[in-house]
Design a protein around this ligand. Sequence first.
Ligand code: FAM
Length: 442
Amino acid sequence: TKTVREVLEEVVPKKQLQLKQLKTEHGQAVLGDVKVEHVVGGMRGLKAMLWEASVLDPIEGIRFHGLSIADCQKVLPAAPGGKEIIAESMLWLLLTGKIPTEAETRQLSRELAEKGELPEYIEKLIDSLPSTLHPMTQLGMGVAALNHESKFQQAYERGIKKSEYWTYALEDSLDLLAKLPALAARIYRNIYNPGKPLPKINKDLDLVGNYVNMLGYGDNHDLTEYLRLYIAIHGDHEGGNASAHTSHLVGSTLADPYLAYAAGLYALAGPLHGLANQEVLRWQMNMQKELGGNITHESIKEFLWKTLKSGQVVPGYGHGVLRNPDPRFMALQQFCDTRPALLQDPIVQLVKKTYEVAPAVLKEHGKTKNPYPNVDAASGCVLYHYGLTQFKASHTAYYTVIFGVSRALGCLTQYVWSRALGLPIERPKSLSMDAIEKLIKQ
Ligand code: FAM
């Protein structure tokens, strides 16, 4: 049984060589044109960053080191007594490109559990915040303040060699991932169940098992399994999305992993990114209220047109890259299909029925480049079913925090790789409109 460090020691030199060859042999190869529409259009489709752990195909969806979600479900170890992918086996895959054994997965779970308790000053910091402060603001503050512990930063100040950066980056990343559940659960406890005792971390449980336990739902096996799957498959979605890109940019300044990920979290907090799953739930509930007992495909279609005609987007549909139903949406739907209680839940049923109607309506509407559901179309309704109902008022909206626990897997993996590969500080060239016009005339 190897540790994740030992596996990385083997993989890092190979990837360093691969990058060296790419630079020396193909440094001038062209990957695409830069058009004005890229510069003024949010850089959509512009191939401009290196990201190792996953690549998003518009049709097939996400692949983690070449493995689809269905592949991962077959090969990645689950928790004892569980069936779903867990954060640790996904993290191992993202970091190393290898599939961990059961024993390696358990060992990583134990290491994270042993490092999982929060330092006292973080507990005090979080407890001192008003319960009306947005949970994502609190999460970002806690993550940033944890940089008090940063081994990377301490080593940098001591003056280590560049080739050693990644080893300290890895230690910080594992420390931060280990502490995220206790931090996220403390925020939840303080806002929704003030005064309720928080359980200690169980050294025999996986990361998400402990998270669900600290949230207060440890006796709900189905919710635990759902969150294992949820957190594993939200972990990485290549590098260009706002949270991943932000943490990559901040990390490129050699700010430590805590600061880099805190920055990424604040990008995740925006309504066009990590907040969309709450929007979906709100919209589906409005639909349910308005259509009452008579929910048919025809009445859903009318509701969809009403949303579109009022100038709003259909939440949970469309994507910047995807052009097919999101395989993460499909995986969450499959989870529902195997559980009768979920199949009978009115909101879960409504999400399914909406999916049967919405793509045709969006195609007819003709605006969105992708008329299919993204992951957010399905994720919130299942949380709601299991009792995690805190999504309504903005300051009590918790769902994005769960996303924030998950996305650390991908962002921190890339942080380690960016340092291992010695990637430089990011510094793209910007242009004013006058400068663009001048360039076009030349
Ligand atoms: N309903 C109605 N119109 C839509 C639409 C939708 N679901 N998705 C896109 N459009 C419109 C879009 O507003 C744009 O209209 P204008 O030309 O008037 O500006 C047009 O279709 C072309 O947009 P696009 O190129 O297809 O999409 P973008 O790449 O610009 O934007 C999304 C992608 C995800 C921001 C967009 O599809 C959207 O707003 N969807 C609803 C919100 C949502 O579900 N976000 C979650 C994204 C998720 F994957 C995540 O980050 N967690």
